[in-house]
Ligand binder design. Structure first.
Ligand code: SF4
Length: 215
């Protein structure tokens, strides 16, 4: 199955209650040939509005971090564990995340076959690694996913947005080093791949605001 066909099937998914609160599922963005895939938690309000993963404030911060680590959004692939926005941006529990990820994320990854995955935050780390992992303790450590992909976890940009002062500076450096480690491993496993375009991508020029189908 191709990623395009999977994307069409995803848009029709009604398999869990999250779908009732969301405009529509949010899939992935980027280069399916990229050796590196970033997996976030799930769509927030802006992501649901525009149908693009990591396009809101968290995504803007991620773009800056990627740029610092010599990557741009068009040259990597970004996606989420869960595809429909949980009501009030509630953090999905492990069972809810797995219910969606087994239907969609696992199949995306099986098609893309990334060399390296970066788990952004605890929800992605718990699904791709195991629920006993702790982001503050285990970020920056390589592990192998159940599907056999090399994975490293780092802080979700939404977490950085809640920090201030010294804690923020320290966490930003941690993220920078994690992203750099991920790019270096992906570059080693996919020699010649260009991880960076000359300019950052303006996702708001690509994605238009969606509307609820009941409006
Ligand atoms: S959250 Fe996932 S499983 Fe639930 S309806 Fe949306 S796409 Fe389907």
């Amino acid at each position: 199955m191709s990623l395009d066909v999977l994307a069409q099937e995803l848009q029709a998914c009604q398999a869990c209650p999250f779908r009732q609160e969301a405009i529509a599922p949010v899939g992935w963005f980027g280069d399916p040939a990229s050796p590196i895939v970033f997996v976030g938690e799930g769509p927030g309000a802006v992501e649901d509005d525009f149908g693009c993963p990591l396009i809101g404030p968290s995504g803007q911060l991620l773009d800056k971090a990627l740029w610092a680590a010599k990557m741009t959004r068009d040259r990597v692939l970004t996606t989420n564990v869960i595809k429909c926005r949980p009501k009030n941006n509630r953090t999905p529990d492990i069972a809810e995340a797995a219910f969606c990820a087994k239907r969609w994320l696992d199949r995306e990854l099986a098609i893309i076959q990334p060399k390296v995955i970066v788990a952004l935050g605890g929800v992605a780390m718990h699904y791709l690694g195991n629920p006993d992992m702790r982001i503050t303790r285990d970020r920056g450590q390589w592990f192998r996913t159940e599907q056999g992909f090399d994975c490293i976890a780092t802080y979700h940009p939404a977490y950085l947005l809640r920090l201030t002062g010294h804690a923020l500076v320290t966490a930003k450096w941690d993220v920078f080093h994690d992203l750099e480690a991920a790019r270096e491993r992906a570059a080693m496993l996919a020699p010649g791949y260009e991880f960076m375009s000359p300019e950052k991508v303006d996702l708001f020029k690509i994605f238009k605001k969606r509307v609820h189908d009941y409006l």
